[in-house]
Design a protein around this ligand. Structure first.
Ligand code: PGA
Length: 249
């Protein structure tokens, strides 16, 4: 059985004091064994949050990193610097980075290959825009994001990869995909992964696929009741302790 993941994407929100308060509230969390919890704080909060959550059941991840070892690259963070503070989990391809910061499938691919080759866990986000959905391009967009984003990833490195299906029209809009819409996309993503190379079938069956986009404590159960939905990548509702705890519950 695939384990469930509840992941909080704090984006560029929260003050340090607020992030620390949520981390303190999560520190002694006792979750059922089949659930993993992750948080992705802002870069400047990573050290404090990871110190608070050290030894807890909550994994701390970075929202971004540069796919290289220590080098001259102004404004970026290296996985070496993340590993130094105990962080081995990175988000790649979030739609905000794709839309506004030019993170293409090719850039995602470079990042994914580099991070996975170092044994760093990656949560790779894919998803279509409203215009793409309305023009029946959802599946071709997802197919391209999976095929280009995961091109050349060695089969033994998929164990560190998690996919997040996040329809762009559902992110931060309050318009959650219906469990049926999400399930259809998740099943399709699994099928695309199974066709990446010979033998990818087993990988496709075991890979965790999270849904993201207006997940709230009151809609998460119906989403997770679907067979291909293995958890949630949550923005807004993870940025308050009460609702984060509600999601996990
Ligand atoms: P949302 O964001 O839950 O606020 O819609 C999800 C995300 O962007 O990961």
């Amino acid at each position: 059985m695939r384990r469930k993941i509840i992941a909080g994407n704090w984006k560029m929100n929260l003050k340090l004091s607020e992030a620390k308060q949520i981390a303190l509230g999560l520190r002694n969390l006792s979750t059922p064994n089949h659930i993993d919890v992750m948080v992705f704080p802002s870069a400047s909060h990573l050290l404090s949050v990871s110190e608070i959550l050290e030894g807890s059941k909550v994994k701390v991840g970075a929202q971004n990193a540069y796919p290289s070892s220590l080098t001259a690259m102004t404004g970026e963070i290296s996985p070496d610097q993340l590993e130094e503070i105990g962080i081995q989990l990175i988000l790649v391809g979030h739609s905000e980075r794709r839309q506004f910061l030019g993170e293409s499938n090719e850039i995602c691919n470079q990042k994914i290959k580099y991070f996975l080759s170092r044994g760093i866990q990656v949560v790779y986000c894919v998803g279509e825009t409203l215009a793409e959905r309305e023009s029946n391009q959802t599946f071709s967009v997802l197919s391209e994001q999976i095929k280009k984003g995961l091109f050349g990833v060695p089969s033994d490195q998929f164990k560190h990869l998690v996919i997040a299906y996040e329809p762009v029209w559902a992110i931060g809009t309050g318009k959650v995909a219906s469990p049926e819409q999400a399930e259809e996309a998740h099943a399709y993503i699994r099928k695309e992964i199974s066709s990446l190379f010979v033998g990818a079938q087993t990988i496709a069956e075991s890979i965790q696929i999270l849904y993201g986009g207006s997940v709230k404590p009151d809609n998460i159960a119906s989403l997770l009741s679907k067979p291909n939905i293995d958890g949630g990548l949550v923005g807004g509702a993870s940025q308050k302790l009460d609702s984060f705890l509600g999601l996990i519950k």
